[in-house]
Design a protein around this ligand. Structure first.
Ligand code: ZN
Ligand code: ZN
Length: 183
């Protein structure tokens, strides 16, 4: 939806006392975010000099794909955030380099325009887990036949991974062998 992408505020339209925006039923947040339960929440903005202090909250759910078994699952998000928005023009090159490496709670606006759409998208991405799992103990897919092992086992030979313990066992065995030889 085009309108949502243009959803935001001009710096000069933020009153001295601050601005609070409530939103609900947001579902068109871009093609890369599949919304299940539409998002609701609020954004509070306050101008401090050339900076804008933003506090917000969002709640909703997305459809994610499990990294292990590739099954879609619903992921609930309830996320509170604080961001300091600074004009892009306040940056010099050196600062820009440093900031991209660490500081993530600072964002930038350009042309005096603050995009609520971009801020919400960014905050949703920040609240996603690094590893997306349908459940913590997801068994994943059989690497041989591709069966979803959460729904039952298959007849393939069990897939053995070298665990640290397996390696330790081998090492101990070899030690025993040397002992036998020596004794
Ligand atoms: Zn899974
Ligand atoms: Zn299998």
């Amino acid at each position: 939806m085009k309108e949502l992408e243009n959803w935001g505020v001009s710096l000069e339209d933020i009153p001295v006392e601050g601005l609070k925006i409530d939103f609900n039923e947001l579902k068109d947040l871009g093609e890369d975010l599949e919304v299940k339960q539409p998002f609701s929440g609020y954004l509070k903005l306050k101008k401090i000099g050339i900076e804008v202090k933003l506090e917000g909250f969002l709640k909703g759910s997305l459809v994610l794909t499990c990294d292990r078994c590739l099954t879609p699952f619903e992921f609930f998000i309830e996320h509170e955030f604080e961001v300091n928005l600074q004009p892009v023009s306040s940056l010099n090159f050196e600062e820009e380099k440093e900031l991209s490496e660490e500081e993530m709670d600072v964002s930038f606006y350009s042309e005096s325009w603050i995009s609520f759409y971009e801020i919400l998208r960014e905050e949703i991405f920040l609240s996603l887990p690094v590893k997306k799992l349908c459940k913590e103990d997801c068994k994943g897919l059989c690497p041989i036949c591709g069966k979803n092992l959460n729904t039952g086992s298959c007849n393939c030979k069990p897939y053995k991974k070298d665990s640290p313990f397996a390696i330790l066992k081998t090492l101990l065995k070899e030690k025993d062998k040397t002992k036998e030889k020596g004794g």
